[in-house]
Design a binder for this molecule. Structure first.
Ligand SMILES: *[C@@H]1O[C@H](CO)[C@@H](O)[C@H](O)[C@H]1NC(C)=O
Ligand SMILES: *[C@@H]1O[C@H](CO)[C@@H](O)[C@H](O)[C@H]1NC(C)=O
Ligand SMILES: *[C@@H]1O[C@H](CO)[C@@H](O)[C@H](O)[C@H]1NC(C)=O
Ligand SMILES: *[C@@H]1O[C@H](CO)[C@@H](O)[C@H](O)[C@H]1NC(C)=O
Length: 579
């Protein structure tokens, strides 16, 4: 081995040091420091929706402004974790579980980045990109705040660079869904802007907000959910005669936040009009207090149909009521009234207690489910059909219960959240199906009942008391863990953490593929026999985020500082003057 003279050694060291400094400088420059990395290059969309001439313009004079006044100090939502006994073992378990969730997220993200970069979804079995939401990159935008919250900074910076180039006027389809575009894209951009203050995300949110605002350029200013780009440009949209209540009722949080951030009242104004219609019709339906799953918007918000649920097509219309109250700083009492009335009707007509079999007698769990009510006015019939989508209801009851001093609703929320978690445990994969039917108790006031073999014995292959499975799939959905997460933050009950961990491991076991995670066709069948080539953007946006947050310190995205939109994007709440 040759030895160097002192002089040459010094020279080499100097060169090495110089190279090291340059590399460090270059590397540091690319890693965001407190979100202040060099700004991503903003590429403007090709059509300027802000200056599009409106056909049915809303006059400046009739525009409704955000309520002003002194922000109300809302009741504390979260359990006071700081008063709990410090516990080293608990902290250690939390950190380990959190890391496992972060690993699953990184695996999902890395494969999306590798095989489907810029596409809406990764097809997890064939490893190709899939365009299901206009091709703007649904997973890309939907995952932004998850990456931020998990501290995946390199991934975040790269994603923001890509988002900065999205052209909303270059779609893979001729139309988009106002609802889906609002909750996934607009919600994702606004929440991530709230967290990171990345200017380009706000620029993209405003562009998109201005585009979606055109959905309200209809003869009666109710929105057209089927957003045909050509028709929208030409002012030819009309609201539907049969629109899902969720589609019209779940725009309020995002549009309100956009008005709050930009100071432009137009977004808020159009959704306040929907609130007025909800208020006007709430007591006039065949199930007063609730709105039917489908509403006739074209003819002025007619509510004549007779089917009601907290599941598909209506879910987030209810979810957004109490959250709007919070986002407006408690300054619009209408939302409290709408929420409480709706929840009382849900309690009376949709909730039911399952008839639990004698294999659970020792400590029969205190659980409830939410079904579907059919009403023609005089008679109301309960269909005890349980949708995974409806599992968010536990969180909704508990959150509103805390907010409006209704601890009885917090209790119902816990019973519902524990119901869905129990249904996970009931199936061989440890995951509950998309839609199933459960034999209910026939007691009054949701009281428990004894097992009755002649009512309960229906299908030998199903766990008791399930009497049918209409849709056996699990699509990587978040609603069950969402409610368990909210209940943990509200009650501080630590057994919910073990419940969440059990759910996480069951989901991973049933859905993990070599490169990512996939929906499964049947929660009954064990093993890897039933994978479906689908991983929708809500897997990273919602399911993994809620799992991560339940294992995080409770001040990470505190429920006293944020409300989640229905795609798990946390929007910042206004602060009362002194808190
Ligand atoms: C556990 O974590 C909490 C929250 O960070 C902290 O207040 C507490 O002191 C920790 N306890 C122990 C024993 O480490
Ligand atoms: C997470 O991934 C890292 C790196 O692959 C690994 O070392 C660690 O053990 C994983 N943690 C858990 C909890 O799975
Ligand atoms: C539209 O987007 C696709 C990718 O989704 C891209 O390949 C194409 O060049 C874009 N077209 C225009 C006109 O920008
Ligand atoms: C059990 O259910 C059957 C059929 O619905 C009913 O006739 C019977 O009265 C029930 N038994 C009890 C003890 O409630």
């Amino acid at each position: 081995m040759a030895t160097l003279t002192a002089h040459r050694r010094f020279q080499r060291l100097a060169i090495l040091a110089f190279v090291f400094i340059i590399i460090t400088y270059l590397l540091l420059d690319r890693v965001p420091r407190h979100g202040r990395q060099p700004a991503s290059e903003y590429v403007r969309s090709s059509f300027d929706w802000a200056n599009r001439r409106q056909k049915h313009a809303i006059l400046e004079s009739t525009m409704v402004h955000l309520p002003d006044g002194i922000i109300r100090d809302l009741p504390r939502i979260q359990h006071e974790f700081s008063k709990d006994e410090p516990n080293e073992a608990h902290n250690k378990t939390q950190r380990q579980r959190q890391e496992a969730v972060r690993n699953a997220t990184r695996k999902s993200w890395d494969s999306y980045r590798e095989y489907a970069w810029g596409s809406d979804e990764l097809a997890p079995l064939t490893l190709v990109g899939k365009e299901s939401f206009s091709g703007w990159g649904a997973t890309l935008v939907d995952s932004l705040d998850t990456l931020w919250i998990m501290g995946l900074k390199k991934e975040f910076a790269e994603a923001v660079d890509m988002v900065a180039t999205i052209d909303w006027d270059n779609s893979t389809a001729t139309s988009c869904s106002l609802f889906e575009t609002n909750i996934r894209y607009l919600g994702g951009l606004l929440a991530t802007y709230d967290l990171s203050q990345e200017e380009v995300l706000l620029q993209k949110a405003v562009e998109l907000g201005n585009m979606l605002y055109a959905a309200f350029d209809t003869p009666n200013h109710f929105p057209a959910n089927a957003f045909d780009f050509e028709d929208a440009r030409d002012g030819r949209l009309v609201a539907d005669k049969r629109e899902a209540s969720a589609a019209v009722g779940s725009l309020s949080l995002e549009f309100t936040r956009l008005s709050q951030i930009t100071g432009d009242p137009k977004y808020y104004s159009v959704i306040d009009n929907i609130k007025t219609a909800l208020e006007r019709t709430q007591d006039t339906t065949t199930l007063p207090g609730m709105w039917p799953t489908y509403i006739d918007l074209r003819n002025g918000f007619l509510v004549t149909e007779g089917s009601y649920s907290l599941g598909a097509m209506s879910d987030s219309a209810y979810e957004y009521l109490s959250k709007m109250f919070a986002l407006l700083g408690g300054l619009d009492p209408t939302y409290e009234k709408l929420h409480i009335k709706a929840m009382e009707t849900v309690k009376k007509h949709l909730l039911f207690r399952p008839m639990l079999p004698d294999i659970y007698p020792a400590v029969s769990p205190d659980i409830l489910f939410s079904g579907t009510a059919l009403s023609n006015g005089p008679t109301v019939e309960l269909w005890p059909d349980v949708q995974h989508l409806g599992c968010f209801a536990g969180g909704m009851f508990a959150l509103g219960g805390r907010m409006f001093h209704r601890e009885d609703h917090v209790t119902i929320g816990e019973q519902l959240a524990r119901g869905c978690a129990w249904a996970y445990d009931a199936f061989p994969t440890g995951v509950m199906p998309e839609v199933s039917r459960i034999v209910p108790c026939e007691t009054a006031d949701l009281a428990p009942c004894n097992w009755n073999e002649s009512r309960g014995r229906k299908d030998e292959d199903l766990p008791k008391p399930f009497s049918g499975v209409q849709d056996a799939q699990y699509l990587l959905r978040p609603e069950a863990i969402e409610s368990v997460f909210i209940l943990y933050r509200i009650t501080g009950k630590r057994d919910l953490l073990d419940t969440a961990w059990r759910m996480f491991n069951s989901i991973v076991k049933a859905t993990e593929t070599k490169f990512a995670y996939s929906a499964i066709s049947n929660v009954q069948a064990g093993g890897g026999t039933s994978k479906i080539n689908s991983m929708e953007s809500f897997w990273i946006a919602e399911t993994l985020k809620y799992f991560y947050l339940i294992f995080s310190e409770p001040d990470v995205i505190s429920l006293d500082e944020y409300v989640f939109n229905t795609e798990a994007h946390p929007l910042k709440l206004p602060k009362a003057a002194k808190r």
